[in-house]
Design a binder for this molecule. Sequence first.
Ligand code: BGC
Length: 819
Amino acid sequence: MQFFVNGLNGLLSREQGPRSMAKQAVLSMKGAVSILSAATSLGFGASSLPGQDGVSELPFYGRSPAIYPSPIGNGSTDTGWSTAYKHASSLVSQMSIDEMANLTRGWPGPCAGNTGEIPRLGIPAMCFADSPTSVRGQEFVSAFPAGIHLAATFDHDLMYRYGEALGSEFRGKGVNVALGPVAGPLGRIAKGGRNWEGLSNDPYLAGVGLGAITKGIQDTGVIATPKHFVLNEQEFRRRWDAELGHAISSNVDDRALHELYVFPFMEALHKGACSVMCSYQRANHSYACQNSKLLNGILKTELGFEGFVVSDWDGQMSGVASANAGLDLTMPNAGFWGPELITAVHNGSVSHSRLADMATRILAARFYVHQDDPSYPPLSIYPSTHIHAPVNVQSNHAKLIHEIGAAGTVLVKNTNHTLPFNSSSPQFLTIYGYDAILSPSPWVDPARYGGGYDVNHNWNTLNGTLITGGGSGGSTPPYVISPFQAIQERVSSNGGILRWDFYDPDPARKTPYLNADACLVFINAYSSESFDRPSLTDRFSDELVTNIASVCENTIVVVHSAGIRVVPWVEHPNVTAVLFAGLPGQESGHALTSILYGDVSPSGRLPYTVAKKEEDYGHMLNSSGGVEDHFPEDNFTEGLYIDYRAFDKAGLEPQFEFGFGLSYTSFGYDSFSAKWVHTKDADEFPDSKIAIVQGGHPQLWDTLAVVKCTVRNTGDVEGAEVAQLYVGIPSEKEEEEESDTPIRQLRGFYRTKPLSPGEEVKVEFKLTRRDLSVWDVVSQQWKLRRGKYKLWVGASSRDLRLSGSLVIPSKDSNRKIDL
Ligand code: BGC
């Protein structure tokens, strides 16, 4: 029964609902198939295509290379890890098989996940809690902006401070492991239901964010769990299902796997991530939590991961196979382990050393972040029905949330300086749309503001202002400042007036206010875990905007969206300003009014491409697989060309390109320079004599080149600028005109401090060996290419202001690199 109590904690109201005994029994039987299937990845079927023999299902699993045995962690990365390993190994050496196995599974408890404990050795249970934006489900915690909103700031420092503030809230509640941040999904599918939890579909931007948040969280002593590793790019069929069959298989080539999907995780590992969550779906036909190529191969060999791999909740699909493929901890219950893992070790199916490695990795992670320190706060995680003394961990995070909220707000249209409002003269504003105010009953589920999962199934919009998405990644805000409340605060203090209607589809025509200065329309685009979005637009909201614009000459549209939102009305001459206001968290209204009234000049940039119409995303608009497919497939045929890389390749004009965003001022770029540093002859490969540590070969992180420029505020108000560096990596064959690599890829960004009119700053971008390399599928290493690296610095992926190049001379030329 314990099993199901925990299931409720983690699973209630998801697509599968609370598990029935019968369903669980089927799951266990299915496990037998999976054990068999994983065995086939040991070498069979590598050349067969799914279903080719027409009888057996074995080939469906055989296309992910087999990498065994599972590497044993040893703490060789640095002194922090080696000390942690020493401590962990000495404890594990005193444990029985049963005790070790007890650490590798979940138990019922107060948290979304709870490991076993070993009181005899003073080892307490560990608490794992959601989410990437909030200590979800708890009282007196903050609701931070979502990952995608943070990414829109393009600000390294805010990303770190976000992680640190979030981490301190988990720590304050005594949580050991925070289940975030997210870079899987990366955001390949425009309608992907969880894209908003992640940062950006650009792997560089996502990587910087993932690394900074991970470091921020762990600097507070909480273990971060970058997730979901990897290729969890859609929600539809993300999991095995008793009726429908197997989960979707994300079938990807080796280069795209490394250069797009694994890339951000490298950064998180480099910054010390102690835990990684493997994902639900299949990857090249083998379930991600038993995929030896992903876990043993990429994570633990190529990237030298020292921490532990935890399954996504109920994502374990086999016992012996997952153990040998590199899974270290199954959640939220025993899954296919518990007593079965003990038996497997006794009968030799899983080695004693593999089990000891699992336990060591889990304990080493704790020691690495010093959770053995007696000052670590006691656990205080409770359901809303439990009476307890408040444990308030909000600190002054509202200020940071406000700052990130404003910094991640993207202004995409501003005709004739419509914005900012003049804050000293009274305004007459009309306010329309369901997104301007709070939902009247957003607490249907006390652990998830605004619902989520089935509560809002198939909803395009949330009936009330949208500050977070739904599902496990949502938040539980202490309060929410709605746009209407914040605008009222301004109006009441400067003698303005307001009229409003939140629900009428055509309010401005029915009751015209001819003296109003502007009509503000608030709409949103909702999304929740478990479901991909039904569309990137919705009729009600689009009609609301055009209805108002048809009678109001100064229509300002604010879109709160959980990802891409196509804006078919944007060229309407009466739509004078448009703001993508993201998912800003609890301080939503304040963040917005900071921009509307010009306290802060907007500097947010789109972390994705907004197309003119949905179809422009091509095969990457919708998720794949049908309800009739027992083995659904998603072939990533586009390889490296997702989002702006795809638009650039196809010569397709977006509505608003990746990296785009307007300011209230203007900026000039000048004094471009690019230089190689720290390399004599730029060997193609990192030095094979140097050992790999966590994060990959250490030389991948060496700075090989520096690009510099100046940015000057050429306008007449203060504002920050986001300068972006794009790199065009040469083709494998130098003489080829068209490269086999995207024409340009983001490889640096810098948000300046707010610059006064006329003020100038020097901007410097460091290019590491990895930034300039491609994943070479033959040598299975990151490889620098010879030839001309094109460089551009600009204000977006298409607004390129400065350019230059750097050359790595060909091998046979006598030329050395110009330093
Ligand atoms: C989600 C994870 C989450 C876990 C625990 C899963 O369904 O995919 O992201 O951390 O549940 O709630």
